[in-house]
Structures are given as structure tokens and as C-alpha cells.
Design a protein around this ligand. Structure first.
Ligand SMILES: *Cc1c(COP(=O)(O)O)cnc(C)c1O
Length: 432
């Protein structure tokens, strides 16, 4: 019998996150304080981040308990089913089995709430009253606003200017949850004013918006900064996705040959992939674990592996990662959430060690895949997620050629119901 959905009972939701850092083959290189040229200490990070998040960032424990208050809020949308794309398989006439996790069921329509909830919770516990952040496509900003509103903190979001103009409804969603939103670069920070003076027409970047949010946090009392991707603690929180997926595969006695997700800063990829990476390393499996990035912002496939700043203003500690350079301004494109110059240090480490692979796909191909998925499976994916769909379809088509009955799982990181202008442009033939 074919399963459409593999349901995990609410009580079987994982109660710990998985920390891959102690399991890495090559030890992870730590963040460096650019002012001293030395490893950044916990004390140096405390003005920016909540203490518990710094502890998690540096932790060598394999599993970390999810607090009860966080589990309770997760239950609004977790566990989500492991879905099988039966109609897509039939359309493709592939012998492959295509499964996916749909993170678009969360209140904000993406996986970002898996980390915004614990980040706000630990800040609330420590007495932070206000949080700042950046947002590209608006997904992380809305996830942070949702969690801040729940736990009673103020929320200030610097939204990349090109997205601010293109996604008015994302802003409404943030406002609905009492978040304040400024188009970045803004005149609210010294760094923003400087960028506006030098390049008045810039579309903005995540790197610029991070600089603004960090400056705001450092210069405002009781305020801390939060990041929606890249850092170890964000990857940690997202592993709830892969841990659920593993349990669901156990229930149907199957196991993926391919694990696929789109990769911007890397959090939805890491979230799905890390538990499978662990298996691959421990049990010597040949699972193919693939990070998919856009051709226009190919940090893993085209970047250099070196220390670089996380932001354009060079306020953050330096991270060892694959990077296109912190000054790189990616073209303004549809998958706004993938417009980041760098990639998670953990994912970079796994990529350098060849435990995972990466591929870059073009805009037109991924949109075609998104349209086909919407028509067959009924879910209209976020432009970011269409990268994963496209890669999964390509693998399923290969299986058709070889006749192999492989099992594919991918992360459908979010829905695209606030991205309709892009689908409209695509249908009108304006995306080439
Ligand atoms: C933010 C976002 C991404 C990219 O960020 P990662 O940290 O790489 O996951 C991908 N998909 C969606 C739907 C997003 O909101």
C-alpha cells in the first residue's frame, strides 16, 4: 500500500535537538573576533546573543533538551507528516519514491519558527525586552515577530529593501504580530545611513541588514540580536525536522537514498540532513545528501572556503565558511531567502570533507518544478523551496532512465502563498 502521509503521534515528537558538532570528522573551526584576531569568547558574544544560545553555539553535547514551553508552541504545527508525492511520481512515471517534509504548515509558512521560538524563549528567560533581526524574503522576520508576540518581547526587523518593496503582505504579517519593520538600508542606524549615502539605489542585502540589526542591538538597552540561519544553534533547533523524518521512515521501514534541501544560510538543509549525516558517518551508508543553491548566489559550488564576516558592515565575528565575499551583492531575485553570501560553518565543514554534495540550479528550471509541484501535489512552494523540488524531480527522472527504485526525501521549506507576484511573472513568461 502506498502512503500519502506518515503521521507521527504528538507524544512521539522528538524532545531533544541533535547537535552534530561533536560528531564532525574535522573539528569545527571557531568564530574569530576581528578586533583581536583570536577565537571569539562567550563573554565577547554576550552583548549580542542570549547566554543559553551562546552555550548551545559552543556545545559539545550530542543532544540538547527542548524546553517544555518550546515543545508546547511547536505543537501548533508539529510533528508534521512525512508526505509522499504520489501524484508527482505518477506524472513523472518514475520508479522512485518521492517523500517530503512540508514546513509550510507553521504559523509563518516556513521552517523558521523552529528556531525563532527557542531563540525568543531563551531571551525572555534571560530578561531581554527587545530583539532585533534582519530578514530577506520576510520569512525569518515574521517567524521572530510571531514568537516575540507570544513571549511578550518587542521585535525590530530590518527587511532587505528589494523584498520590502516586493512583499507588502510579509510586512503586514510582521505588523500583525506587533513587529516593527524598516526597509534596509534604513536611516535608523549609522551603518544604514552610510550605505544610503554611498549607494542610494542599492537593493539591499542580508549582509547589510545584519549589520543594521547588530548595531541596533549593541546600541539599545535590554536589546539582543537574533539570526535566522547560519549559526550552529540555529542548525541545532532545525534538527527537529530530520529527527521526525527518521522516525517516520522507521515507521514505514524505508530509508532515503537521497536527502535534498535548498540552501541559503543552510538551516532548513541542516535541519533535515544532519540526523542523516550522522547515520551516514556512523554506519558507512552511501546516502547522497545534497544542498541546492541558486545559480545566481552559489556560495558552496563557487565560493572560497575561508574566514569571512557574516555581514557587510563587518561588525560580526568572522566565520570559517564557503563565501562569495561579504561585499558580494547577489542579484535581486525571487528566492530572496537564498540571497546570502556565505553558508553555515557546519555545512561548509561537511562539504569540504565531501560528506555532503551541492548543486546550483537556474531560476527558470526551479520555477518549472514549482509549477509542476503545485499542479500535481497542490502545494504552491516558496521560490526557495522550488530549488529542492527541482533537484528531487531531476533525481526521479534519472531513476526512470536507470529503472532504479530509489527513495528520495526533500524539505519543502515553505509555502509561496505570499509570493504570488513571482508565479504570476513566471506564467506571463517574464522569468528567463
Ligand atoms: C529562509 C528560507 C530559506 C533559506 O534559509 P536556510 O537557512 O538556508 O534554510 C529557504 N526556504 C524558505 C521557505 C525560507 O524561508
Amino acid at each position: 500500500m502506498d502512503y500519502y502521509k506518515v503521521q507521527l503521534d504528538e507524544n512521539d515528537m522528538p524532545k531533544k535537538w541533535y547537535n552534530i558538532v561533536p560528531d564532525l570528522k574535522t573539528p569545527l573551526e571557531p568564530p574569530v573576533n576581528p578586533a583581536t584576531g583570536k577565537v571569539a569568547t562567550a563573554a565577547e558574544l554576550e552583548p549580542i546573543f542570549a547566554k543559553e544560545l551562546i552555550r548551545q553555539e559552543m556545545s559539545m553535547e550530542q543532544y540538547i533538551d527542548i524546553p517544555a514551553e518550546v515543545l508546547d508552541l511547536y505543537k501548533l504545527f508539529r510533528p508534521n507528516p512525512l508526505r509522499r508525492a504520489v501524484n508527482l511520481e505518477k506524472y513523472l512515471k518514475t520508479p522512485a519514491k518521492i517523500y517530503y517534509k512540508y514546513e509550510g504548515e507553521s504559523p509563518t509558512g516556513s521552517h523558521k519558527t523552529n528556531s525563532s521560538i527557542p531563540q525568543v524563549y531563551y531571551n525572555m528567560k534571560q530578561g531581554s525586552q527587545r530583539l532585533t533581526t534582519e530578514t530577506g524574503a520576510g520569512q525569518w522576520g515574521s517567524a521572530l515577530a510571531f514568537a516575540c508576540n507570544h513571549f511578550g518581547l518587542e521585535c525590530m526587523i530590518y527587511m532587505v529593501r528589494s523584498s520590502f518593496a516586493q512583499k507588502p503582505h510579509r510586512k503586514t504579517l510582521m505588523n500583525l504580530w506587533n513587529g516593527k519593520v524598516a526597509a534596509s538600508p534604513s536611516n535608523l542606524t549609522e551603518y544604514g545611513r552610510r550605505v544610503l549615502k554611498e549607494t542610494p539605489d542599492t537593493p539591499g542585502t542580508l549582509g547589510i541588514a545584519i549589520s543594521e540589526a547588530v548595531e541596533d542591538a549593541l546600541s539599545t538597552p535590554n536589546t539582543r540580536y537574533t539570526l535566522g540561519s547560519v549559526l550552529n544553534h540555529v542548525m541545532l533547533h532545525q534538527t527537529i525536522i530530520g529527527l521526525e523524518t527518521q522516525k517516520q521512515f522507521e515507521m514505514i521501514e524505508d530509508y532515503p537514498d537521497y536527502v535534498i534541501a535548498c540552501c541559503g544560510g543552510g538551516s532548513n538543509f541542516g535541519g533535515l540532513a544532519f540526523p542523516f549525516v550522522k547515520d551516514k558517518m556512523n554506519k558507512n551508508l552511501d546516502t547522497q545528501i545534497i544542498a541546492v543553491e541558486p545559480e545566481s548566489c552559489p556560495s558552496l559550488t563557487q565560493g572560497e572556503y575561508r574566514y569571512d564576516f557574516g555581514d557587510t558592515g563587518q561588525l560580526t565575528p568572522k566565520l570559517k565558511m564557503y563565501t562569495l565575499g561579504c561585499e558580494f551583492v547577489p542579484p535581486s531575485m525571487h528566492a530572496g531567502g537564498l540571497r546570502y553570501h556565505g553558508c553555515s560553518p557546519i555545512i561548509s565543514n561537511l562539504y569540504a570533507d565531501k560528506i555532503i554534495t551541492a548543486e546550483a540550479l537556474g531560476q527558470k528550471d526551479v520555477f518549472n518544478a514549482g509549477v509542476l509541484f503545485s499542479q500535481t501535489e497542490g502545494i504552491t512552494a516558496a521560490p526557495e523551496s522550488t530549488h529542492a523540488i527541482c533537484s528531487a524531480i531531476n533525481k526521479a527522472i534519472e531513476c526512470k532512465k536507470t529503472g532504479e527504485e530509489k527513495t528520495i526525501v526533500f524539505n519543502l521549506s515553505g509555502h509561496g502563498l505570499l509570493d504570488m507576484t513571482y508565479y504570476q511573472e513566471f506564467l506571463e513568461g517574464k522569468i528567463v
